[in-house]
Design a protein around this ligand. Structure first.
Ligand code: CA
Length: 232
């Protein structure tokens, strides 16, 4: 299990990131202080760190410097509201592996996390998600239905990926919103329903079932071969 440490003093953001990473299959620990983060990282077993720069007890840059002073090469993705080029360069020079500026969409952060974990090759990464006739290639960013390529927008792709990672499970609108659109999105919006409609039009309406009062579910239809995960 890949363990991600989230160092963030804003509870709302930490909870949002932890929830999303949990759905994506990662184990997370949240801490609000730099000192706690350092002792956990020193104890080992952390595969990646998501680090906010503005913490209560320490500057995130100091946390980063101390991690690297320990000769620890754990990948660090810096989260920050500071968007200036100077800060980006400073962060990367001080040993950050990547940088995500707030506000961000969850899929943006997830892409960075996956990229950094893959760069360290901490385990086999699922490259193609398959469910019956549906086949989603995460590296080539391609969707196929019965071998026929279907053109998806970035948002439709993220929605399809979320369904394919949880076949048969009911996903609520709230879960889909936070996974695909991010924490800044108005929970009262009907954007999920609109995009499910787009996806049905492209994949075939039968693949995504409406579960009344709950949400949506990817169902087994015309399963030509048993659902399988292909690994790279
Ligand atoms: Ca902060």
């Amino acid at each position: 299990m890949t363990h991600i440490l989230i160092v963030e003093d804003e509870e709302r953001i930490a909870a949002f990131v932890a929830k999303g990473l949990g759905v994506a299959g990662y184990t997370t620990t949240c801490v609000t202080r730099g000192r706690e983060a350092l002792s956990l990282i020193r104890a080992g077993g952390v595969h990646l760190v998501i680090l906010d720069l503005g913490l209560v007890d320490m500057d995130g840059f100091d946390v980063l410097r101390r991690i690297r002073d320990d000769q620890n090469t754990v990948p660090v993705v810096v989260l920050t509201a500071r968007t200036s080029v100077g800060d980006t360069v400073a962060g990367l020079e001080r040993g950050a592996d990547d940088y995500v500026a707030k506000p961000f969409r969850f899929e943006e952060l997830l892409a960075r996390v996956r990229l950094r974990l893959r760069a360290r090759s901490t385990g086999p990464e699922v490259a193609v998600l398959t469910h019956g006739p549906l086949q989603l290639d995460l590296h080539a960013r391609r969707m196929r239905v019965d071998g026929r390529e279907v053109d998806l927008s970035a948002r439709e792709f993220a929605l399809a990926e979320t369904f394919l990672r949880h076949p048969g499970l009911v996903l609520t609108r709230e879960q889909l919103l936070s996974q695909v659109w991010g924490y800044d999105f108005d929970p009262g919006s009907n954007v999920v329903d609109v995009y499910v409609r787009y996806l049905r039009r492209k994949l075939g309406a039968e693949h995504v079932e409406t579960v009344r009062g709950m949400g949506y579910r990817l169902v087994d239809v015309g399963v030509a071969s048993p659902p399988a995960l292909a690994r790279s």
